[in-house]
Design a protein around this ligand. Structure first.
Ligand SMILES: Cc1cc2nc3c(=O)[nH]c(=O)nc-3n(C[C@H](O)[C@H](O)[C@H](O)COP(=O)(O)OP(=O)(O)OC[C@H]3O[C@@H](n4cnc5c(N)ncnc54)[C@H](O)[C@@H]3O)c2cc1C
Length: 302
């Protein structure tokens, strides 16, 4: 694998780092070593995906690692985008925005808060790259990012460019229906629903509420479980509430703790391994099923 990856280093817009310490590449900060390929423009991205596929090498696309558990070692390299961003676009509100997938949602939230962009409050406080947020259809109880996306551009594993026109079937809860294995989203076109002064206030209030109710300073991967939406009854079963009712807030295993602030978050106090996290998830999932009868799927990817 090393020889294949080293050859990529000679291509303009690609940086290969072998056996890199990846601890800082996921918000859970699990100890991990892996090969990282950073891609800085679309032509380079086409070359990377095609070259890896032609050489029988899979890869894993990494955004901000806010929804990913990275194992201690990985048989495949990680591919991360670092495209240039024209910050002039944020100097005043636009009718629509064409943005690279590597832009941070926090940058978009600051812009929305400054100018009061209606609709953009839905992703307030979510740590993510735009690409990762689209992949996950990230959202809050104010809504989901999918409602703002009009088009997505991606590069397939064969280095081909694809334009996806978003429609009502493109997204469901924390899920997209258009990214195939090996596809890398590199750009998206976003809209908003007008300007409203109230949005600035709404975003600030929401951020304060998140700070109060979620462990944002700790190392976590966000919510462990998706809420269970019972299609028959229409009732949403909230995983955090159920874990709380079971009395597991504060439950600790090695260096992992169910957050006392929000029971659907698991905090890593320093030296936890990928295996420790999986063990804890497994125990919680079984206990939830046993005590409530509800099967909760994990939101975090591993
Ligand atoms: C403190 C905290 C709070 C959180 N709160 C929320 C919340 O309120 N709502 C919510 O929805 N989520 C929340 N999350 C989870 C996380 O922020 C979201 O799932 C987010 O969308 C992940 O984005 P990312 O860039 O980190 O993607 P990653 O975690 O790096 O990747 C997630 C998935 O997207 C894929 N992917 C990433 N980039 C691309 C790309 N360019 N092309 C194709 N595939 C790609 C990856 O391969 C992976 O499968 C929270 C996480 C934390 C740590």
């Amino acid at each position: 694998m090393n020889e294949i990856l080293e050859k990529l280093n000679s291509i303009d817009g690609i940086e290969v780092e072998l056996q890199k310490d990846l601890k800082k590449y996921s918000t859970m900060r699990l100890d991990a070593i892996g090969d990282l390929v950073t891609v800085k423009n679309v032509e380079a991205l086409k070359k990377v995906t095609k070259y890896m596929t032609d050489n029988g090498l899979n890869y894993r696309t990494l955004g901000w690692g806010a929804n990913m558990l990275i194992p201690a070692t990985s048989p495949v390299p990680y591919l991360q985008l670092d495209f240039p961003l024209d910050r002039n676009i944020f100097e005043k509100p636009q009718d629509e925005y064409v943005l690279p997938a590597s832009v941070a949602l926090a940058t978009l939230t600051s812009h929305a808060s400054k100018f009061g962009l209606k609709g953009w409050e839905v992703f307030t406080g979510i740590p993510a790259s735009l690409g990762g947020a689209i992949f996950m259809n990230a959202g809050t109880n104010l809504g989901e990012i999918g409602s703002l996306i009009k088009e997505v551009k991606l590069i397939t594993k064969n280095g081909e460019e694809k334009l996806i026109k978003i429609d009502q079937h493109s997204f469901t809860y924390r899920h997209n229906h258009f990214v195939n294995q090996g596809d890398v989203i590199y750009e998206a076109r976003l809209i908003h629903f007008g300007i409203s002064e109230g949005i600035t206030h709404k975003i600030r209030e929401y951020l304060e509420m998140r700070n109060r109710t979620q462990p944002l300073k700790e190392w976590t991967c966000g919510c462990i479980f998706k809420n269970n939406q019972n299609l028959l009854s229409g009732v949403t079963c909230r995983a955090g509430l159920f874990i709380d009712i079971m009395g597991l807030k504060g439950f600790t295993y090695k260096n992992l703790r169910i957050s006392p602030k929000h029971a659907n978050f698991m905090e890593n106090s320093g030296e936890s391994s990928y295996e420790d996290v999986l063990r804890m998830i497994n125990v919680l999932q079984k206990e939830l099923k046993l005590q409530t009868g509800v099967t909760f799927e994990t939101e975090v990817e591993y």
